[in-house]
Design a protein around this ligand. Structure first.
Ligand SMILES: NC(=O)c1ccc[n+]([C@@H]2O[C@H](COP(=O)([O-])OP(=O)(O)OC[C@H]3O[C@@H](n4cnc5c(N)ncnc54)[C@H](O)[C@@H]3O)[C@@H](O)[C@H]2O)c1
Ligand SMILES: [Zn+2]
Ligand SMILES: [Zn+2]
Length: 372
């Protein structure tokens, strides 16, 4: 079928709208008419060459929409259903069988191979340009910067029609990543302290999640006062602007010593090395932010030896099927107002959306692709 999508031609090239042909859904696949798609920092990291998707390709991985058609053997959704397209996973490896879909042993190719990995057409892209050449799609199993996505049935999460579908795409990645880092990886106990560095969409979701735990001290760190003000409204007990304040000293003063959990949502290596020292004995340092390709960091050996945990987390851990409906229920209960992070843009306005997010005024840009 004919679709229209943003194509990135090469590393660093702009997003350009193009008419493409998308193959019909094969066995186990679902064709979704995209209603809206969030823009995640990881799309921009990929455009910039820090993620190895072969280009040209179609990006976008926070899509929500309406099922238009299903392939052979699909019985969990039907045409007309409202869905969020979650992260892909193979479903057969050891970690998938354990229910740890985010840590699917095939997660690299599932997210970034740019081609179908399953079914009779495995190894080829379902996306074709007008000149007949093939290009990468299937980014995070969806390539949602497009009017339509071809995704796998095991990755879609069906949602009630009384929740605004246009807001739900970011639950596929950014919002869920921040929330899951707190609910699944940190799991703070009564009275503990949590420091969240980087108050973007991911970090602010972590703040909202932390407010739903028994943690008593929730410190948000950022360089932008407007984001810190919002962090306070969403549940941070303290904020630190690290542009003019030393965050290590500020956190030690607020916590009366080292913090119990520090979550990096910046991906900045200098921040990461400093942050690792902000947790003490039996403390946990959690990596969430995406750093440039090949980046490395070093930590003090002795201070790590003393019972420190350093752990990375992908997509909030767990599964889309568990996390996404859980966060929607918290949202409906008024305890996870993630809609406050969202600014809607027309599909045409991707450059303005990225610019506004870069300037800091927009936290989570969502492109409105079609009507519900
Ligand atoms: N681990 C995962 O599965 C996963 C999933 C989604 C996103 N990510 C990554 O998480 C990160 C955050 O994503 P986002 O969408 O919230 O991005 P964002 O750009 O909206 O937020 C980043 C925030 O960090 C702040 N910041 C930058 N440098 C800082 C510094 N030196 N000190 C303090 N604050 C600083 C910025 O002001 C901004 O508010 C990105 O790197 C993204 O690629 C990871
Ligand atoms: Zn797997
Ligand atoms: Zn993402």
């Amino acid at each position: 079928m004919k679709i229209n999508a943003y194509v990135v031609d090469a590393i660093g090239a702009p997003f350009v709208r193009e008419d493409l042909t998308l193959a019909e859904p094969g066995p186990g696949e679902v064709l979704v008419r995209v209603v809206a798609t969030g823009v995640c920092h990881t799309d921009l990291n990929t455009q910039g060459g820090d993620m190895p998707l072969p280009l040209p390709g179609v990006l976008g991985h926070e899509g929500s929409g309406v099922v238009e058609a299903v392939g052979e053997g699909v019985d969990n959704v039907a045409p007309g259903d409202h869905v969020i397209m979650g992260w892909p996973y193979c479903g057969t490896c050891r970690n998938c069988i354990r229910g740890q879909h985010r840590y699917c042993l095939n997660i690299g190719p599932e997210l970034l191979a740019g081609v179908r990995l399953h079914g009779p057409d495995a190894g080829t892209s379902a996306y074709t340009r007008a000149d007949g050449s093939s290009l990468s799609g299937h980014f995070f199993g969806q390539s949602s910067f497009a009017t339509h996505s071809l995704t796998r049935a095991n990755a879609v999460v069906k949602v009630d029609k009384d929740v605004d579908l246009a807001l739900l795409g970011p639950l596929a990645c950014g919002i869920t990543t921040g929330a899951g880092a707190i609910f699944h990886t940190a799991q703070p106990g009564p009275g503990e302290s949590v420091v969240i560095i980087g108050a973007g969409a991911v970090g602010l979701a972590a703040v909202m999640a932390a407010r739903n735990t028994p943690a008593a001290t929730i410190i948000a760190v950022d360089l932008q006062d407007n984001r810190l003000e919002l962090a306070k409204e969403l549940g941070a007990t303290h904020t630190v602007n690290s542009r003019d304040t030393d965050m290590t000293e500020a956190v030690a003063e607020i916590c009366g010593g080292p913090a119990d959990y520090v979550v990096d949502c910046t991906g900045n290596i200098r921040v990461i090395e400093q942050a690792a020292d902000m947790v003490g004995l039996l403390g946990t340092f959690i990596l969430v932010g995406g750093a440039p390709a090949e980046a490395r960091f070093s930590v003090d050996h002795m201070r790590t030896l003393f019972g420190k945990t350093i752990v990375g987390t992908l997509g909030g851990s767990s599964t889309s099927h568990e996390l996404i409906p859980g966060l929607i229920r918290l949202y409906q209960a008024g305890r996870f107002p993630f809609d406050r992070l969202i600014t809607l843009y027309d599909f045409d306005d991707i450059d303005r959306a990225i610019h506004d997010a870069h300037e800091g005024g927009t936290i989570k840009a969502v492109l409105r692709v079609s009507d519900i």
